[in-house]
Design a protein around this ligand. Sequence first.
Ligand code: KG4
Ligand code: ZN
Length: 323
Amino acid sequence: MILALETSCDDTCAAVVTADGQIRANVISSQGVHSRYGGVVPEIASRHHLELIGGVVDAALDGAGVTLAGIDLMAVTRGPGLVAALLVGVATAKALAAVHGTPLAGVDHLHGHVAASFLSPEPFEPPFLSLIASGGHTLLAHVRDPGPSFEVLGQTLDDAAGEAFDKGARLLGLGYPGGPALEQLARHGDPAGFEFPTARRLQGLDFSFAGLKTALLYKVRDLGEAEAARRRADLAASYQRAIVESLVIRVKRGLAQTGLERLAIGGGVAANGPLRERLPPKQLCTDNAAMIASAARYVPQLPFPDYLGLDVYASGEPAVLAA
Ligand code: KG4
Ligand code: ZN
């Protein structure tokens, strides 16, 4: 039995997963407090993690019908993410591990998104191409084995795909997180109403969304307040289509380049309906701790007291894959 914690951003998550990848409990407590600020406030996120983590762990253990004594491995996200938020998860995991001398595995968040595919009831095994598109990351990886050293083939040069959704939503007067809100508004709009850039001319497998966001800003400005408000749904639908196309273009290039025939998608943006229509479906896309437990099965397990020195790493810092 693996008990995993995930606190890299604004979701406080705990999950209990068996060694063969069956989810016994998967608790996600979303902090509804950030929408009024239009984005996640790190200091507020970490305070909320501190308040929520105890209850979330209890709920996961209860849901799985186990006690802490029945846990064989503690797992926790080390990064990348918000440092103060990650520290709450890591400190909690160390303390819980110390109670019964349980070993601890530090997990990379992106490895977690990849490893979500390895979970039952439909485990999807390497090799495959993996698209991870979240609020903080957008990358395409060649996954050869279940371990953390997948090959990154391309990544975003500026904004992440989820960030593009969030910033676009903000320009259209929608709340945070913007992805689901923008998707909903776009349902009543014409995706061909406006032409937005997909960075198609950018060669290779890297992504770029900054130009798209700027194009929306100028379009809203050019239309003027009244007309932009009247055509809000068309703007949303066209903007969403550009993000989806931009992702699909790179996925197709990646499949062609690697010769791989199978694709897994992860990260919050993978929950997007129109994207899923263009690509095969997959569950467990948004942040959760079951994916961290899954990844923990393929990284070193540290005994007490070796894990006490385990540190976190921020977004943009190089991942520390070994202990
Ligand atoms: O993976 P995730 O839950 O957290 C991070 O690691 O970032 O991804 C959150 C991101 C947010 O930017 C959110 O707007 C986006 O995923 N998102 C969506 C949808 N649901 C979440 N974007 C587009 N359509 C959705 N349905
Ligand atoms: Zn994520």
